[in-house]
Design a protein around this ligand. Sequence first.
Ligand code: 5AD
Ligand code: SF4
Length: 455
Amino acid sequence: MTKKLFIKTYGCQMNVYDTERMIDVMAPEGYEETDTPEGADLVVLNTCHIREKAAEKVYSDIGRIRKMKEEKKQSGEEMVLAVGGCVAQAEGAEIMKRAPSVDMVFGPQTYHNLPKMVQKSLSLKSDGEKSRILDTDLAVDEKFNQLSKKDVKKKPTAFLTVQEGCDKFCTFCVVPYTRGSEFSRSVDDILKDAEKLANAGVVEVTLLGQNVNAFHGISPSGQEWGLPQLICELAKIEGFERIRYTTSHPHDMTDELLAVHRDVKECMPYLHLPVQAGSDKILKAMNRTHDSASYMEIIRKLREYRPDIALSGDFIVGFPGETDEDFEQTMELVRTVKYAQAYSFKYSPRPGTPASVMDNQIEEQVKSERLSRLQALLKEQQTEFNNSVIGKTLPVLVEAPGKTDNSVFGRSPYMQAVQISIDNAGFDDLQGKIVDVLIKEGGPFNIQGILAPGK
Ligand code: 5AD
Ligand code: SF4
C-alpha cells in the first residue's frame, strides 16, 4: 500500500535539492509525495536556520502538525513527524525537548538514512511509546554515495550539488556550523549524476554549493579540478544547453572562472555574487575577506568578458556597528553595480556566531528603515532591468504551465521569470524546449512575451 509523504521546504536551493533527494530515497519504501500534511504518514520539515524568523516558523508549524497527528492517531493510524535540515542540526536536542510530538530529528548530512530512521521510529518501544531518533552527524561523503544510486525524475531543469559546507566563517553566518566544513564531491560522481540528468531530459542544470566557486573536486586522472574545468566538462554533455551555478563568494571568483562566462556558451549570463555590504569597515567586521574595491573589480572584469551579464546579490543591513555612513556606502555600491535582482535582509543575530555577541547591535527600527530604503532601490533596478528587454527576442526555456490556460512559464538566460502567451501551441509541445520569445511587457517581478513570429 502506498504511503503519503509531505515535505515542507524552508530556505535555500540546497534545501530544495535535499527535499527532492528525500523523496527519491523514500520512493522505494512505498512513499508517494503529497501536497498537504493532513493525513500524511510521514511529515518532514526541511528547515532553515539562517535567520531567526525562519527558525521560529518551524516551532509554530510543529504545533499545527501536532494536531493533525493527534487526529490521525484517533483514527488508529500513525503519523511520523520529522524535523530535518539546519535547525535540526543546530538545535536538535532542544527540539526533542521542546516538542514531544516530534519523532525524529536529523541533520542535512544524514537524510540518506531516512528509510531506516522511519522504520526504527515506527517500531514500538516496550513501554508502548514510539522510538524517538536524533541523528545529526556531519560526515558528508557517505550521503552522496548513497544518493547517487537513485533514479531521477523527468524535468527540464535540475539542481546538482557539487560542493557542500563552508570554511569562510563570515561572523554573521550559521552555515559553517550547520552544514559543516567545505566538502567537494569527486568529478566522477558529479559526471555520473549529470549523465543521468541529461538522459532524463534535463536541459538546464544549476550546480549547487554553499561556496560553489570554492569547488575543488578530484578529477578522473587524480588531479584537483576547480569549477571552471567542471563547467567546461559538463558543457560537453549532450542535452545540457544551460549551466548555472550558485552561490559564489567573491574570494573564489578567479579570472579563469570569469572567463568561462565569455568562452562557454552554455554558461548563462547571470551571476549571484553576494557582497553583503558596501562599507569596508563592515566587510572586515563580517570577515568577508574582500573589500568593496575588489568586489567592484570582479564586476568590471565580468562585464568586460560578458557585457550583458545580469547580476544578483545578497545584502545585510544593520550589522553590528553599521553607521548611517556605512549604510550609505551600501546604497552607493548598489547604484554603481545596478543589479538585475537581489535579496536583502535585516541582520539577525544567530546563536553561536561571533557577530551575535558584538556589543554594538543596531536597533530594530533603524534596521527596518535601512532595509526599506535598500529594497526600494533594488526594486527600482530590477524593474529597470526587466524593462530593458522589452522589444527584444530572448531564448526562453519553457519549464511549467503558465498562470492562464493559454500561457506557459519559462526563464530567460538572465533568470527572469517569463510568462509566454501561446495561442497555437500547448504546454506539452513546448515543455523543455528553448523558444524565442518577443518580450512585450516588463515589470518588477516577471516579464511577458509572445512566441517570436516566424520561429
Ligand atoms: N542575518 C541576516 N542575513 C543573513 N544571511 C546569512 N546570515 C544572516 C544573518 N545572521 C544572509 C546573507 C547570505 C544569505 C543566504 O542570507 O546575505 O548571503
Ligand atoms: Fe555563510 Fe559566509 Fe560561508 Fe556564505 S561564505 S555560507 S555567508 S559563512
